[in-house]
Design a protein around this ligand. Structure first.
Ligand code: ASP
Length: 330
């Protein structure tokens, strides 16, 4: 059933379907499976976690003027990093429990290249530093002081990321709290973004200040390729938001893309990845995890453990904020 649906959806594209061997090096390998390598029917297109119209509009501006998906996701996510009203990303992000704003980000292009920064302080545009790691170093990830030093060498400015609003909220939290990081239902919201450009190439970006009032040194899923973000230019891309620990344990974004490779629609893949987390986890009511995904044809999906999740799509057909549903306790 699922397979038939997938092939039907794939026929929306302008090119055909090819056979590609999966697990070809394994003994008893399953039969060859058909995977789509077609030019997307719906392109350019960009999707992002949450209702971030300014970010998707910026990404669209890049795509609509013939720019690459890589430039689009970088420019789009930078909008949220610079917006001090968004207290979960970049400048103005909520600090860790010591009062330090520490940023995590990663980026991945259509050739499988990627770059990431973790525990980056004093630099607003973590996503651009991640891109520099990808393009100007032989490495994939830089952390802490090394990442910060590298950013200055690349010309990024040193800034105080702790706004007065975030500082005052943190002071309040210290009075009330047991000096433990809060459970991540409200104090979060990573921006993950995946785009397909005019040429049909896919890239993605993910950036966050992480869980509010986290322990010093805590890093979540957002800068980890395969967890917070994954792109496979043959298949599609996915990004995660919510409690990073749960995403890391299930290598969530890679799982979503791999499920699409096996024939699931983006929506089905996101739902399965959420169910993997929920299954046998009595704590799932205490945290939020959501995924968004797009396949090579420009079909999109999203799913979350808790209600209230939405994702944003911007394409030639217009722009919309989709509430894709969520896991509800049976
Ligand atoms: N995923 C991010 C993290 O765990 C935060 C969030 O999206 O809420 O650091």
């Amino acid at each position: 059933m699922r397979r038939r649906k997938f092939l039907k959806k794939s026929s929306l594209s302008t090119a055909g379907i090819v056979s590609a061997p999966l697990f070809s090096s394994c003994k008893n390998a399953p039969e060859e499976k058909e995977i789509p390598i077609s030019v997307p029917a719906r392109k350019p297109i960009v999707i992002a976690t949450w209702n971030v119209p300014n970010a998707t509009a910026k990404a669209w501006e890049v795509l609509n003027s013939g720019g690459t998906a890589l430039d689009a996701v970088e420019q789009g996510t930078k909008v949220e990093e610079a917006d001090t009203n968004n207290q979960s990303v970049g400048k103005g992000g909520r600090p860790d429990r010591e009062g330090r704003v520490t940023l995590d980000a990663c980026i991945m292009d259509q050739n499988g290249n990627c770059g990431a920064v973790v525990f980056l302080q004093n630099v607003t545009h973590a996503i651009s530093v991640a891109r520099k790691v990808m393009e100007a170093t032989p490495h994939v990830m830089l952390a802490g002081e090394g990442a910060e030093q590298f950013a200055y060498e690349q010309g990024f400015a040193k800034e105080n990321l702790l706004t007065e609003k975030s500082r005052l909220e943190w002071e309040e939290w210290k009075k009330e709290s047991k000096y433990e990081p809060v459970i991540n239902i409200e104090n979060h919201d990573t921006i993950g973004m995946v785009a397909i450009d005019e040429k049909g190439d896919i890239s993605g970006a993910c950036t966050t200040s992480g869980m509010a009032y986290k322990m010093a040194g805590r890093v979540g899923d957002s800068p980890i390729i395969g967890s917070g973000l994954f792109v496979d230019n043959e298949i599609g891309g996915a990004a995660a938001t919510g409690q990073g620990e749960e995403v890391v344990k299930t290598v969530g974004s890679f799982l979503v893309v791999e499920l699409m490779r096996q024939g699931r629609s983006p929506q089905e893949a996101c739902e399965e990845a959420v169910h993997r987390i929920v299954k046998g986890n009595p704590r799932h009511k205490d945290f939020q995890v959501g995924y968004i995904a797009i396949n090579k044809n420009g079909e999109t999906g999203g799913y979350c453990i808790h209600p209230g999740f939405s994702y944003r799509v911007y394409s030639k057909n217009g722009h919309e904020n989709i509430e894709p549903g969520s896991f509800l306790e049976p």
